[in-house]
Design a protein around this ligand. Structure first.
Ligand SMILES: Cc1ncc(COP(=O)(O)O)c(C=O)c1O
Length: 394
C-alpha cells in the first residue's frame, strides 16, 4: 500500500493548494476508512456519485459478473454487447418516449460536449444559450457554457456564439431565438449553491424552445439519478428535454455518462460526417453493468420513496442561528453562512470529527451536503450532531 503524502503531492498533479489529504483505504455504505481504520461519514457521496452508497453489494456483484465475461472489446458503436444493450433498454423503459436513444460516454463533461455538438448538427445553428452561475464541466466546450468567469478567464478563446441568461428569470427567455441551436441548463443548479427553479420558469423555457426550434439540453449530471426524490429532476416540472445528460451517480462508482435523446435526432451522428461523436471507452461493459445495477438498486430498494423524508429530517436537525439560508431539494443541500471563513472552519472541524461536508466551487459561503440516498435515520442523526457541533465551534 502506498499512502505517501510526498508522492501524492509531487508525482500526482495537484489542482489546489489545499487538497483534502485524507488517505482512504476502503469504503462501504456511507463510510470511508483510513488505513488506520478511522471511519468518516461521506455526507457528499464523493460529490454526487455514491448515491447507492459505496460498494453496494448488488453493483459489486454485477461488476464481478461482467469482469468474468469481458472488458473492453471495441470502440463505441461497433460490436453488440449485452451490458450496453441492457442498460439502454432499461433507460428507455424509465424515460419518456422522446428520450429513447442513449449514447454512453466517459464523464459528465463529455456528455455535455456531445450534447452541444448534437444540437448544432441537428439544428444547423451555432448559437448556444446557457445560464449564469452554471457548471457544465471542465473541458473547452463545457467550460465555454459554464457561468463561472473566474474559472474561464485563463483559457480564452473559448467557444464562440455562447450567450448567457439569468437562471430562473422568465424575462431573459426572449434571448432564445430562431438563431439558437440549444439552451443548456442544469435542471437544478448544483455548483451555484443548489438553485431550484420555479415550475412556471421551467415550463416557459420549454415553451420558448418549442417556439424557436432551439433544443433544450437538461444537465442532470449532479441532480439526476434520484438525488431530488424523482429519478430525473425534470419530472418535477412536467417537461421533457430534447437531450438529457447524466453521469456521476449513474455509474454507481464507476465512470460513465450518457447523453440521451430521440433516435431521430441521434441519427445525425451517423452521417455528414459519419462518426459525429467518437469515443474509445464510452459504453465500457463493466461501467454499463454497474450503471444497470445502480438503477436496479434504486428501484428494488425503493430509494426514491424516502428521499424527501430523509431530506426533511436533515433540515430539521440542522437548525442554527449561524445558518443564514438553506436551499434544498430532496437530499441536495446548500447551507449559507455569513463568511467563507466560517464555512472553512465548519468543513475542517467536521472532517476532524469524522464527517465529510464540502464546498461549492462557485458559492464559497455555503457548504454542501448530499449523502448517499441509502443513508439511515440513525446515520443522519449521528452526522448531523457532528455538523451542529462544528457549526457551534466555528
Ligand atoms: C451539473 C454538472 N454538469 C457537469 C459536470 C461535469 O461532470 P464531470 O466532472 O464528470 O466531467 C458536473 C460535475 O460536477 C456537474 O455538477
Amino acid at each position: 500500500m502506498n499512502f505517501s503524502k510526498q508522492t501524492f503531492l509531487h508525482n500526482l498533479a495537484q489542482t489546489s493548494l489545499q487538497p483534502f489529504l485524507l488517505p482512504i483505504e476502503r469504503a462501504e455504505g456511507v463510510y470511508l476508512y483510513t488505513p488506520e481504520g478511522k471511519a468518516y461519514m461521506d455526507m457528499i457521496s464523493g460529490i454526487g456519485v455514491s448515491s447507492i452508497g459505496h460498494r453496494h453489494p448488488h453493483a459489486i456483484q454485477a461488476i464481478k459478473k461482467q469482469l468474468d465475461k469481458h472488458l473492453h472489446v471495441m470502440v463505441y458503436g461497433e460490436y453488440i454487447q449485452s451490458a450496453s444493450n441492457e442498460l439502454a433498454k432499461k433507460l428507455t423503459s424509465l424515460l419518456p418516449s422522446e428520450l429513447n436513444c442513449s449514447y454512453f460516454v466517459n464523464s459528465g463533461t463529455e456528455a455535455n460536449e456531445a450534447a452541444l455538438k448534437l444540437a448544432k448538427r441537428y439544428t444547423g445553428r451555432t448559437e448556444i444559450i446557457s445560464c449564469r452561475k452554471s457548471y457544465h464541466g471542465s473541458t473547452h466546450g463545457s467550460l465555454s457554457v459554464s457561468g463561472n468567469e473566474v474559472k474561464k478567464q485563463a483559457y480564452r478563446p473559448l467557444l464562440p456564439d455562447v450567450r448567457f441568461i439569468e437562471f430562473n428569470n422568465q424575462s431573459d427567455l426572449d434571448n432564445i431565438t430562431a438563431r439558437t441551436a440549444c439552451v443548456i441548463m442544469e435542471t437544478i443548479q448544483g455548483d451555484a449553491g443548489v438553485r431550484v427553479p420555479d415550475l412556471a420558469y421551467m415550463k416557459a423555457v420549454r415553451t420558448r424552445c418549442n417556439e424557436t426550434g432551439a433544443l433544450l439540453i437538461l444537465d442532470e449530471i449532479q441532480c439526476g439519478m434520484g438525488r431530488t426524490g424523482k429519478l430525473f429532476a425534470f419530472e418535477h416540472y412536467g417537461i421533457v428535454p430534447d437531450i438529457l445528460t447524466i453521469a456521476k451517480a449513474f455509474g454507481g462508482g464507476l465512470p460513465i455518462g450518457a447523453f440521451i435523446s430521440s433516435e431521430e435526432k441521434m441519427k445525425c451522428l451517423t452521417h455528414d460526417p459519419m462518426l459525429g461523436h467518437i469515443t474509445t471507452f464510452g459504453g465500457n461493459p463493466v461501467c454499463c453493468a454497474s450503471a444497470l445495477a445502480t438503477l436496479e438498486v434504486i428501484e428494488q430498494e425503493n430509494l426514491l420513496a424516502s428521499v424527501e423524508s430523509k431530506g426533511k429530517l436533515i433540515e430539521s436537525l440542522l437548525q442554527h442561528p449561524k445558518i443564514k439560508a438553506v436551499r434544498r431539494i430532496g437530499l441536495l443541500f446548500a447551507f449559507d453562512f455569513e463568511t467563507e471563513e466560517t464555512v472553512n472552519k465548519i468543513v475542517q472541524y467536521a472532517k476532524e470529527q469524522g464527517v465529510i461536508c464540502y464546498w461549492f466551487l462557485s458559492h464559497p459561503n455555503s457548504f454542501r451536503i448530499a449523502p448517499p440516498l441509502t443513508i439511515t435515520e440513525q446515520e443522519i442523526k449521528k452526522a448531523c450532531a457532528v455538523i451542529l457541533d462544528a457549526i457551534n465551534q466555528s
